[in-house]
Write a protein that binds this ligand. Structure first.
Ligand code: FMN
Length: 217
């Protein structure tokens, strides 16, 4: 039994293509693996707070030396990190905003990439950084207004979503990441529908088929 953590970063409701596709991903996943649990954090509707001077001071103070106020300052970040550790699979819905991730998702990443929690830092070591999470997989569904941001596509060099997320997630130990793209939102019509269909079929390929249980007489 695994836990799936659903993260939606679009502030749009019914018009969001990433929300729709992430919803389909979760539905198919749950159908294929009914014993798995799903938890959800809605970054689009409830954006995590930006970091503050107090947060940075608290995060870079060793846990044994933190004051009660520092622990309080980090409580929300600790909750997000605990949630991440408790999850095996992440599925993220990510609108591309100005060629990168939306600020709500950046704020989430800033809350979970934590020294001493999700990565270790030893200035004396040959490799000073060690990821502290393992065994997790992530699926990222990216929505764009134009199209062709995938590797090899005409706009690939303008895509700062995938390289950034691969680096940030890899830094804490999440290296197994699949990307699904849906584009053409700004064009609408058939172009948009074709793009959604392609993304849907990728989602179907990535989600587990219903497990067949042999029943012995
Ligand atoms: C503020 C803003 C910035 C955007 N920037 C880009 C962009 O850089 N490239 C692009 O192709 N589309 C861009 N778009 C279009 C969105 O990526 C597209 O509408 C996508 O479908 C949003 O995801 P959603 O449908 O889940 O809300 C932008 C949209 C908004 C509102």
């Amino acid at each position: 039994m695994a836990q799936l953590l659903r993260l939606d970063a679009s502030p749009r409701r019914s018009r969001s293509h990433t929300r729709t596709l992430v919803g389909e991903f979760v539905a198919r996943w749950s159908e294929g693996r009914p014993a798995d649990t799903v938890i959800r954090r809605d970054l689009g509707y409830e954006p995590p707070p930006h970091l503050t001077e107090d947060w940075i001071a608290a995060a870079f103070t060793t846990p044994g030396q933190r004051t009660a106020q520092m622990r309080d300052t980090l409580a929300y970040s600790d909750r997000l990190v605990d949630e991440l550790f408790a999850s095996d699979v992440l599925v993220l819905g990510v609108p591309m905003y100005n060629f990168g991730v939306p600020a709500m998702l950046k704020a989430y990443i800033d809350q979970i990439v934590r020294v001493g929690r999700t990565f270790a830092f030893d200035p004396e070591a040959a490799d000073p950084y060690t990821p502290l999470t393992s065994g997790k997989r992530a699926f990222v569904i990216v929505g764009t207004g134009d199209a062709g941001y995938e590797a090899g596509g005409p706009l690939a060099s303008m895509n700062h979503v995938e390289p950034y997320l691969r680096t940030a997630l890899g830094f804490i130990g999440i290296d197994e990441v699949e990307f699904v793209y849906t584009g053409n939102d700004e064009f609408g019509g058939e172009r948009l529908q074709r793009s959604l269909e392609r993304a849907r079929s990728r989602v179907a390929d990535l989600t587990p088929a219903r497990e067949v249980v042999d029943v012995a007489d």
